[in-house]
Design a binder for this molecule. Structure first.
Ligand code: GDP
Ligand code: MG
Length: 451
């Protein structure tokens, strides 16, 4: 990866728009952009300048104007990548934007690879890996909440949370390394109990961080929620309530919904894919039979299931069977039609959480929304949203676990160190490396070796 050349790319999405932005980053960005720009004033760092975009090689003839542009100059190192950056905002015509890129290429710029600007920001040390990944998450976010979470990570929320854990680990490594490297210099070697104490101090917060993934995954990926139940209990009405529009067809005739109807809504900032299904009963015709099969498949695949019951009549066999089927799933029993609840309706015995609602009047719907979000738990900042990070935190915990048993087994400290390094390395892969220099500095700064 060459960090010294100048790269160019269209930074805005493909297609036509009000404006389009071309980004040029690298040492030559000013000299490459210069000849195609006729600006009112000299470029100044951090200021937008109005001007014209011209065809640069028609010097002898009358210069041809291509567009009016606004140009912003970010001087090294105060830019996204830390290089000199020129951003040209032109009108959002794909032909104009592509032409600007071609002009830059002709003058020696190179076409940027996907993500290369952010990669440069990382390689130049302006952001760490977790922050680089946050840039991607921010761009791909589907709800405002997801965007805010990504922005926190971009600010360094995850790295900030990991930093103290890494510090503890590095400190312990430094202590043990010092004991080994300078054994003759009477640096006391740590007793096993103290080593284990140090490891536990790093373990607990790391465990908490790993646990935060359950919530982070929901925020990042959302969840699929299947609405199931026998015909006519009010599944489609409930679906429409949750979607807040008349999306699914509601009729008094049982067996109306035959295909899956899907809509994604944001509940508490989490994207929830709601699926309305065909009522589950013995099918009256082929189409309904296919619909019911799809319902069962959806029920099996969903992250969460709402079993809708009709509380205006006694519970029936199909209700009991469905409740049994979801007994070990993340499911909620929704007792619908609370507006005309019958004393004949006996709530079937089950451990599952239950909520009384009326899809007709809207009663109980906020409580149902809250119950859907309950497994998401409390939100904290700096949680894990990404499976790669989760895997690495788990690897780190495994290293710590191994270090604890090594310390208990009174094996030489070299062996404990190996495990500690294998706990540190995965954390480095989240935020960026702890260099040997860092550990050496700690050794020399914290301990008076005296020689
Ligand atoms: N009184 C009352 N009627 C409801 C309620 N929810 C649905 N219904 C009615 O029950 C019938 C079946 O509703 P629908 O949503 O199509 O049920 P589905 O077959 O389970 O999708 C319709 O006539 C709805 O108007 C409710 O909460 N209260
Ligand atoms: Mg329906």
């Amino acid at each position: 990866m060459n960090l010294d050349d100048t790269i160019v790319a269209i930074a805005t999405p493909t297609g036509r728009g009000g404006i389009g932005v071309i980004r040029i980053a690298g040492p030559e960005s000013r000299s490459i952009a210069g000849p195609m720009l006729r600006l009112k004033h000299e470029l100044e760092p951090g200021r937008a300048m109005f001007g014209e975009l011209v065809e640069p090689w028609e010097q002898d003839r009358h210069e041809q104007r291509i567009d009016e542009v606004v140009v912003t100059y970010f001087a090294k190192p105060h830019s996204y990548t830390t290089d000199d950056i020129i951003e040209i905002s032109a009108h959002g015509s794909p032909v104009v934007l592509r032409h600007v890129v071609e002009l830059a290429l002709a003058r020696g710029a190179r076409l940027a690879e996907p993500g290369e600007f952010t990669m440069r920001a990382f390689l130049n040390g302006r952001i760490d890996l977790a922050q680089a990944e946050a840039v991607r998450d921010l761009i791909e976010s589907q709800t405002l909440f997801q965007a805010k979470v990504a922005a926190q990570q971009l600010e360094g929320a995850l790295s900030g949370r990991l930093q103290p854990m890494k510090e503890k680990l590095v400190e312990l490594i430094a202590l043990l390394e010092a004991g080994i490297d300078f054994a003759e210099d009477d640096v006391s070697v740590l007793p096993s109990e103290q080593i284990i104490g140090h490891i536990s101090a790093a373990q607990a917060p790391l465990e908490q961080l790993a646990a935060s993934f359950a919530y982070g995954k929901l925020v990042h990926e959302g969840l699929t929620l299947a609405i199931v139940g026998r015909p006519n209990v009010g599944k489609s009405s409930l679906f429409n309530r949750l979607v807040e529009s008349e999306r699914a067809i509601v009729t008094a005739t049982p067996g109306t919904t035959r295909d899956l109807v899907t809509e994604t809504v944001a509940l508490g900032g989490i994207p929830v894919k709601l699926v309305d299904t065909a009522g589950i009963r013995r099918a009256l015709d082929e189409a309904e039979g296919i619909g019911i099969r799809k319902s069962m498949e959806m029920l099996a695949d969903a992250d969460m299931v709402l079993v809708v019951l009709d509380s205006s009549e006694p519970a029936q066999d199909e209700d009991h069977k469905l409740i049994e089927l979801v007994a070990r799933r993340t499911a909620i029993l929704v007792e619908n039609k609370s507006d005309k609840a019958s004393s004949q309706f006996v709530v079937p015995g089950s451990q599952l959480p239950r909520v009384r609602v009326s899809a007709l009047t809207g009663e109980g719907i906020p409580a149902l929304r809250a119950e859907i979000l309950r497994p998401a738990g409390t939100s904290e900042s700096g949680f894990i949203t990404n499976a790669r990070h989760q895997g690495l935190v788990r690897d780190s915990l495994a290293g710590l676990e191994a270090a604890v048993s090594a310390a208990r087994g009174k094996v030489p400290h070299e062996m404990v160190l190996l495990d500690l390094y294998s706990a540190l390395r995965p954390l480095d892969e989240i935020t960026g490396a702890t260099t040997n220099d860092h550990i050496l500095n700690l050794i020399f700064s914290r301990f008076c070796i005296g020689k």
